[in-house]
Write a protein that binds this ligand. Structure first.
Ligand code: TYM
Length: 332
């Protein structure tokens, strides 16, 4: 079975619809066909200023959400990044291979650093993509299910793997991004030219999975739509309507063409109402399951400990090989 790795940051109290439709939905689907490794990337979460109490809570809430959304720890290896020290160790190696210029070109770095005072932008934020490369390469992953916004980091990961392989001998598998077309980018409901984002969307533009379903339904009903009246999937001409159609299609498991036919002759209000309904139906049982997992944190921590153990077996083998190739003397 081809190996898969992906990660998500525990930087908010809830995942949003973009995280789910762009990435986690694919994580769930790949469990039966791939050898899957999924991690909550807490090391990445400290690249910007953070509150330790919040991080601890959000790491557990993130893991609980992944389980509630369908990640099955019997089939997938679910773990917390800091439990597997090989990520940080291989991350250092990757930093040493990354050029200052190529790190400076990362758009996520440019966006995030622009929002902070310059003396607060950490080396960790700058080196973030090298750590992400290590996350992936440590598992020799063939595929990395992510949203479109991660494509550039995946390209860097491939470059670093290739660079290491050609300098020191073949060690890492070159991973491929796995990006599902129609949900590759879910847009802000209030500004369909921008992606839905925990760090930059206004509250009205972002649908959090753990928000009160009534609030989420209202956000959908107040979504910005486009001029004209027809309900057609045309992201260029109709970004607002197309975003709603993409969300509906993914949540209801129905093709876009079928939805266009269903809404032929109907109005934007009908579409919003239908999306709001399917969204409420989707999040309500998820929230219940999340509460269940959080009610028993000891059991949750046990699941994560088992995942970390399995992950370490794989990551430590890769690290040992990389260290050897680099010329590190192995401890006697
Ligand atoms: P993060 O935590 O920002 O987002 C998690 C996943 O959600 C996807 N995503 C979206 N997809 C579609 N539309 C959107 N509006 C949207 N917003 C977010 C992201 O593409 C991502 O797949 N650097 C990563 C975390 C990471 C990682 C890794 C990913 C660390 N190490 C190794 C893969 C492999 C990040 O910040 O994702």
């Amino acid at each position: 079975r081809p190996r898969v790795l992906s990660g998500i940051q525990p930087t908010a109290d809830s995942f949003h619809l973009g995280n789910y439709l762009g990435a986690i939905r694919q994580w769930v689907a790949m469990q039966d066909t791939h050898d899957t490794f999924y991690c909550v990337v807490d090391l990445h979460a400290i690249t910007v200023e953070h509150d330790p109490k919040l991080l601890r809570r959000r790491t557990r809430v993130s893991a609980a959400q992944l389980l509630a959304l369908g990640i099955d720890p019997e089939r997938a290896t679910l773990f917390v990044q800091s439990h597997v020290p090989e990520h940080a160790q291989l991350g250092w190696v990757m930093q040493c291979l990354t050029g200052f210029g190529e790190a400076s070109r990362m758009t996520q770095f440019k966006d995030k650093s622009a929002k902070q005072q310059t003396d607060r932008v950490s080396l960790g934020l700058f080196g973030y993509p090298a750590l992400q490369a290590a996350d992936i390469l440590a598992y020799q992953a063939a595929y990395v299910p992510v949203g479109e916004d991660q494509r550039q980091h995946l390209e860097l990961t491939r470059d670093l793997a290739q660079r290491f392989n050609s300098r020191f001998g073949r060690t890492f598998r070159l991973p491929e991004p796995y990006i599902v077309k129609d949900a590759a980018k879910i847009y802000d409901l209030q500004d369909p030219s921008a992606k839905m984002s925990k760090s930059s969307s206004a509250p009205g533009g972002i649908v959090d999975l753990l928000d009160d379903p009534k609030v989420s339904a209202k956000k959908v009903r107040s979504a910005v739509t486009d001029t004209g009246r027809e309900i057609v999937y045309d992201p260029e001409a109709k970004p607002g309507v197309s975003n709603l159609l993409a969300i509906y299609s993914a949540l209801a498991g129905r093709p876009l063409a079928a939805l266009e036919a269903e809404f032929d002759g109907k109005g934007y209000g009908d579409l919003k109402k239908a999306v709001a309904e399917v969204l409420v139906e989707f999040v309500t049982p998820i929230q219940e399951r999340v509460r269940g997992y959080l009610d028993d944190p000891a059991e949750l921590d046990k699941v994560l400990a088992r995942g970390a153990e399995r992950a370490r077996e794989v990551a430590s083998r890769t690290l040992a090989r990389a260290y050897d190739r680099l010329g590190f003397v192995a401890p006697a």
